[in-house]
Design a protein around this ligand. Sequence first.
Ligand SMILES: [Zn+2]
Ligand SMILES: [Zn+2]
Length: 247
Amino acid sequence: MKYPIDLHTHTIASDHAYSTLVECVHEAKNVGLKMFATTDHGPEVSDGPHPWHFNNLKVVPRICEGVAVLRGAEANIVSDGSIDITNEQVKNLDIVLAGFHPNYIPTTVEEHTRLYKKVIQSGLVDVISHPGSARYPSDYEEVLVCAKENNVAIEINSSSDINTRFGSHDNCIEIAKLAKKIGNTISLGSDAHICYYIGNFESVLEILKQADISDDKIINTSPSKVLDFLESRGHKPIVEMRNFFNN
Ligand SMILES: [Zn+2]
Ligand SMILES: [Zn+2]
């Protein structure tokens, strides 16, 4: 499997998703994933989980049935350029994504750009999720340069224009080409809202090819690459996963 890690998935903790975490583990195992991140929405969207969802992720074993499960969140960007996951929660999570969601009513390219940069510079966010979203256009070059400077990964999302965010496809290609030029770290996420889509990166393969992005820029190629990246972002080392994968 070329990309045995999925860094963006949802569970029924977000009301508009349809599988439990255990079902995600089973399907991840079934399709041969080594690792995935469970990243439910922050509480600012009306159907996101209660904040306690994030506080209690510590009960999830590091390795579930042979699959490493990263404790994560997909935070919502709010209008003042903050996110709806607290600093304390960030400290206890393994990975934090952030993106624009319906809690934020689109404004202008300039404002979306400003908010993306503020979130990137906050140090609280590891990955910008679905930056190609047609509803929230930004100055991609400015955002990607800022992400590169701050060691924040840019996501290529395999649900965009397939299951949601229709009209994003060309933006995703433009972003991928810019990421190649700027040298951004790339994170792949299925954004699965049902377990059967977990690890499905079919739709991004063509984008990666068109932009000529090589696997060395993509962290989803091995667990150690993901763990190295998260440690480089200041997250605590996850010894159980290092030991499990023997590196
Ligand atoms: Zn999202
Ligand atoms: Zn998502």
